[in-house]
Write a protein that binds this ligand. Structure first.
Ligand SMILES: [Zn+2]
Length: 171
């Protein structure tokens, strides 16, 4: 799905709010009649971005690539002991590449990772999975992660891609 056109309908009845919905591939925006053009432009851009991110998220998770990979790595590296609740690409996480909640077993991977080579993607998945076993970045954690042969190389790749502490855990 993608947005191919934007249609703006101004209405006297509408007082304050701007709403938007997709009708086929057209983003139909309803706005108050007297809203200033510059304000409307900004709101429409935000709504458009939000919808595009939603579509991208759906697209990236459609084939459950990350879940399948995580299950494989759980077998391969963790004796199937990890409790993975969910792992998915998200489109609202730009400062971190990956995020793991070890209490709930939920892992969120930035959509930016989806465009990286598979060996980097695999590293990010293994890194976050390892947090389900060890929440912090202690020696025990790196011992687990470094069993993945390309771990060091992948870390270098991610650092070069523009983040210092690129992966994070939240409680
Ligand atoms: Zn980490």
């Amino acid at each position: 799905m993608q947005i191919n056109a934007i249609k703006i309908l101004r209405s006297k009845k509408r007082r304050r709010t701007v709403s938007a919905r997709m009708i086929k591939d057209i983003l139909v925006v309803r706005a108050p009649e007297n809203i200033p053009e510059s304000r409307l432009e900004k709101v429409v851009a935000e709504l458009k971005l939000r919808i595009e991110r939603k579509y991208l998220k759906e697209e990236l998770n459609k084939h459950e690539y990350l879940s399948i990979r995580a299950k494989e790595f759980n077998r391969q590296y963790f004796e199937n002991k990890l409790n993975i609740n969910s792992i998915e690409y998200v489109t609202d996480q730009n400062s971190k590449f990956g995020c793991c909640n070890y209490r709930t077993g939920c892992i969120r991977i930035s959509h930016r990772i989806s465009a990286m080579p598979q060996w980097v993607r695999d590293y990010v998945v293994i890194h976050e999975l390892a947090h389900l076993a060890v929440p912090d970045h202690s020696k025990a954690f790196w011992y687990i992660v470094n069993r993945y042969k390309l771990a060091e190389r992948a870390r270098g790749y991610l650092i070069a891609a523009g983040s210092e502490e690129e992966l994070m855990t939240w409680k």
